[in-house]
Design a protein around this ligand. Structure first.
Ligand code: SAH
Length: 360
C-alpha cells in the first residue's frame, strides 16, 4: 500500500473492494464481510484505550493480567513445574495482559517461552515494545509441539467472523451483504441453507437468525487437540452467552459508541457474542476437560483480586480511588463482572484451575 495515502485511505479502499466484488460476483456473506472488515480495522492502527475505539480488561488495570499470571503459575506448580512450557496468547492487543501476567509468573520463578498469535502488523509493533522476548505467529500451527501450552485468549474469539442463517418464508437462507447504491445492508441470500439447521430449530418463526462462528470453532478444536497431545490449559475470556440463543449479536463500536455494523467497513470494531455452549461441545468432542463458563467477577474474586487491589492501594495511597474504580469495573455485575465470562480447557493430568470450584 502507498504509505502516503494516510489513515483514511484503507477503509475507503475496502468499501470500493466490497462494492466491486458484490457487483461482479453477487452478495458476500456476513462472515466474509466481518472477516475482511476486521482485518482492515486491526491493521490500520491501535484501536485500544481511551483515545481509541474501545477498552479491554487488561487496559483497565494491571490486576487483570496479574490474576491470569497467578492462575497459570498455579497450574504449572501443581503439575510439578515442567522445565519446558509455552505461554501462548491469541490476539494480544497491546501486549499489556502478557506483560502483566509474565511479571506475576516471574515471582514464582516461572519463565515460560512466549508465543503471540497476532494478525495485525500495527499491533505486533506495539507488542514488540511490551513483550520484547516473544515469538510471533500467524496461528497455532507454528507453535512448538513439545512442552505443555498455557493458552490465553481475552476478547479474541468475539472478533472472529460469524455466519448467520435466517428463516424466510421460503426456508433457511444464509444472511448476506448487498449494496443498494447508498449503503451496505444485510439481506437473506438466494441459496437454500435448510440442511445446515439443527432439526429442533428447523420450524423457527420467520425472521429467526441463527449465528455461529466456524472460525472460533476451528480455533477451539485446534486448541483442544494440542492440549490433549502436549498437555497444558487454556483460558477463554469474553463477552458471551452461557445458554444457547437465537438472533444476531453482531455489533460495531467506534470511539466508544455503538454504530451500524454495515456502515463504513473497516472503521469500526466488529464483534459478536461468544457462544460458550459451543466451546463446551468442542471440548467434549476433542476429549479435553472443560470448566465454566463462570462470571469474570466471581472468577477474579476467587483468585484474590480484592486483596491485590487493597495491597496496590496501600502502596500508592494517591491512586487508591483509581484502583478501586478499576476493581469495580472488572468485577461488578453492573459492569464487566457477569457479561464477561471465563471458560477453561485442561489437558490430561492438568488440575481444575482456581476459580472453577463448583463449575461443571
Ligand atoms: N486481547 C487484547 C486485544 C483484544 S482486540 C485485549 O484484551 O486488550 C482483538 C485482538 O485479536 C487484536 O489483537 C487483533 O489484532 C487480534 N485478532 C483479531 N482477529 C484475528 C485473527 N483472525 N488472527 C489473529 N489475530 C486476530
Amino acid at each position: 500500500m502507498d504509505e502516503t495515502e494516510g489513515e483514511g485511505a484503507a477503509p475507503q479502499g475496502l468499501e470500493a473492494v466490497f462494492r466491486r466484488l458484490i457487483g461482479a460476483t453477487g452478495p458476500i456473506s456476513v462472515a466474509h464481510y466481518m472477516a475482511e472488515a476486521n482485518a482492515h480495522y486491526y491493521n490500520r492502527a491501535d484501536p485500544l484505550g481511551t483515545t481509541g475505539d474501545f477498552i479491554t480488561a487488561p487496559e483497565i488495570s494491571q490486576m487483570f493480567g496479574e490474576m491470569i499470571g497467578l492462575w497459570l503459575a498455579d497450574q504449572w506448580q501443581q503439575v510439578g513445574k515442567p522445565a519446558l512450557c509455552h505461554f501462548v496468547e491469541f490476539g494480544p492487543g497491546r501486549g499489556t495482559l502478557a506483560a502483566d501476567a509474565l511479571r506475576a509468573m516471574e515471582q514464582f520463578d516461572f519463565r515460560p517461552k512466549v508465543h503471540l498469535i497476532e494478525g495485525s502488523s500495527a499491533l505486533r509493533m506495539a507488542q514488540k515494545l511490551s513483550v520484547p522476548g516473544a515469538t510471533w505467529h500467524d496461528g497455532l500451527d507454528s507453535v512448538p509441539r513439545e512442552g505443555p501450552l498455557l493458552i490465553v485468549a481475552n476478547e479474541f474469539l468475539d472478533a472472529l467472523p460469524v455466519r448467520q442463517i435466517v428463516r424466510t418464508e421460503k426456508g433457511w437462507r444464509e444472511r448476506v451483504v448487498v449494496h443498494n447504491g447508498e449503503r451496505f445492508l444485510p439481506v437473506a441470500g438466494a441459496r437454500p441453507m435448510d440442511t445446515a439447521v439443527p432439526a429442533e430449530l428447523a420450524d423457527s418463526p420467520e425472521g429467526t437468525i441463527l449465528e455461529s462462528s466456524p472460525a472460533a470453532a476451528g480455533m477451539a478444536y485446534e486448541i483442544a487437540a494440542r492440549l490433549k497431545a502436549q498437555g497444558g490449559a487454556a483460558l477463554f475470556i469474553d463477552y458471551g452467552y452461557a445458554e444457547p440463543r437465537t438472533g444476531s449479536t453482531l455489533q460495531a463500536v467506534r470511539a466508544h459508541q455503538k454504530v451500524d455494523p454495515f456502515a463504513d467497513p473497516g472503521l469500526a470494531d466488529l464483534t459478536a457474542l461468544v457462544d460458550f455452549p459451543q466451546l463446551q461441545r468442542i471440548a467434549l468432542a476433542g476429549d479435553v476437560d472443560c470448566h465454566g463458563p463462570v462470571g469474570q467477577g466471581d472468577w477474579l474474586m476467587a483468585l484474590g483480586i480484592a486483596q491485590r487491589a487493597a495491597m496496590l492501594a496501600k502502596g500508592q495511597p494517591g491512586r487508591a480511588q483509581e484502583i478501586m474504580t478499576a476493581l469495580d469495573r472488572l468485577v461488578s455485575p453492573e459492569q464487566m463482572g457477569t457479561l464477561f465470562k471465563v471458560l477453561a480447557y485442561r489437558g490430561p493430568g492438568w488440575p481444575v484451575g482456581a476459580g472453577f470450584a463448583g463449575a461443571s
